[in-house]
Every structure is written in structure tokens, then in C-alpha cells.
Design a protein around this ligand. Structure first.
Ligand code: AMP
Length: 173
């Protein structure tokens, strides 16, 4: 199945000169959704994953499906101010300025074997911050998976000490 064909490029969203990789066209296609979930599951099924942590918000969709398939728990990593109970935060750099993400303090316990999932790897800043959150709580990051990887932004370099997988790659914009 050619998953790349199911991704829609949206130029100049959310701002000028960004080509947004829209995964809603993959998600609404039953064969593509099932194929993507199965492929990601096969990569992780022998890792003894106890928690899947998905990054807001597009990482929640396949992350949730994966957690169920792996018989693991699901943990949301969210933008500031969204999680209701006690959190820890981690900041990361953007092209201009910084952003941060949060996780509930009790979401991961020492000994948890964690699969981190997001829809897309660009510069890797978001995932690097997510790794720090999981490790601060005592979790072991066993695998990191993405639907899409933008190779030309070298995000993988930031994640080089981890096992990283993506189902769809782009070598140029
Ligand atoms: P980064 O921290 O640079 O790796 O950015 C990854 C995060 O930004 C992911 O949560 C993506 O959903 C989002 N993102 C970055 N670039 C794009 C893009 N071209 N299309 C869709 N989402 C993107």
C-alpha cells in the first residue's frame, strides 16, 4: 500500500512558506488507517511496551490505536494548561522563540517501557522534549515512531540514541 499517496500537501498552512502534511486524508481512508496502524504495531510488538505516549494532538490518533493493539496504556503529552492534574513541563526551541509540552506526573512510573508516537518528525525538537519528560519520570524509551519524516530537516540527528521509525519519508519539500 502506498501511504504517501494518501497524504495531502497544504501549502502556506499554518503560515506562509510551510507545506503542511495533512494526515486527515490518510485517517479517513479505512485501508490506509488499518495498514498504518498494523505497520506501526509490527515494529513495536516485541518490545514489551507498557505505555504509548502520544503527542498532542495528531499523535493521539495512531498512538491510541497502537496502545490498544499492544495492550499497553495510553499517555497524552499536551500543550501547556491542558492537563488537569499535577504536571511536569519541558521547553524546546522553535524557529522563533520557545514552546513547551507537559505530562501528568503520575502518567509514567519507573520501569515503564515507553513507545513515543507523533504524526510527523520535522526538526525533532518536540520529540526531544517528550523524551526528557518520559525519562524524568523514570520511563525507558524503547522506540519512537512517526507516520511521516521530513528527512531534509535532520530531526533524526537529535534522536540518534534511540530507535526511530517512520512509515513515510520526504527527501525534499
Ligand atoms: P518538530 O519539533 O520540528 O520535529 O515538529 C514536529 C511537530 O510539528 C509535530 O507535532 C508535527 O505535527 C508538527 N509539524 C511540523 N512541521 C509540520 C508539517 N510540515 N506538516 C505537518 N505538521 C508539522
Amino acid at each position: 500500500m502506498d501511504l504517501k499517496n494518501t497524504i495531502r500537501d497544504v501549502p502556506d498552512f499554518p503560515k506562509k512558506s510551510i507545506i503542511f502534511k495533512d494526515i486527515t486524508t490518510l485517517l479517513k481512508n479505512p485501508e490506509a488507517l488499518s495498514y498504518a496502524a498494523e505497520e506501526l504495531y509490527n515494529l513495536a510488538k516485541n518490545k514489551k511496551i507498557t505505555k504509548v505516549a502520544g503527542i498532542e494532538s495528531r499523535g493521539f490518533i495512531l498512538g491510541g490505536l497502537l496502545a490498544e493493539k499492544l495492550k499497553a496504556g495510553f499517555v497524552p503529552i499536551r500543550k501547556p494548561g491542558k492537563l488537569p492534574a499535577e504536571v511536569i513541563s519541558e521547553s524546546y526551541s522553535l524557529e522563533y522563540g520557545t514552546d513547551s509540552i507537559e505530562i501528568h506526573k503520575d502518567a509514567i512510573i519507573p520501569g515503564d517501557i515507553v513507545l513515543l508516537h507523533d504524526d510527523l518528525l520535522a526538526t525533532g525538537g518536540t520529540m526531544e522534549a517528550a523524551i526528557k519528560l518520559v525519562e524524568k519520570l523514570g520511563g525507558k524509551v524503547a522506540q519512537i515512531s512517526f507516520l511521516i519524516e521530513l528527512n531534509f530537516l535532520n530531526g533524526r540527528e537529535k534522536l540518534k540514541n534511540y530507535e526511530v521509525h517512520s512509515l513515510i519519508q520526504y527527501d525534499a519539500e
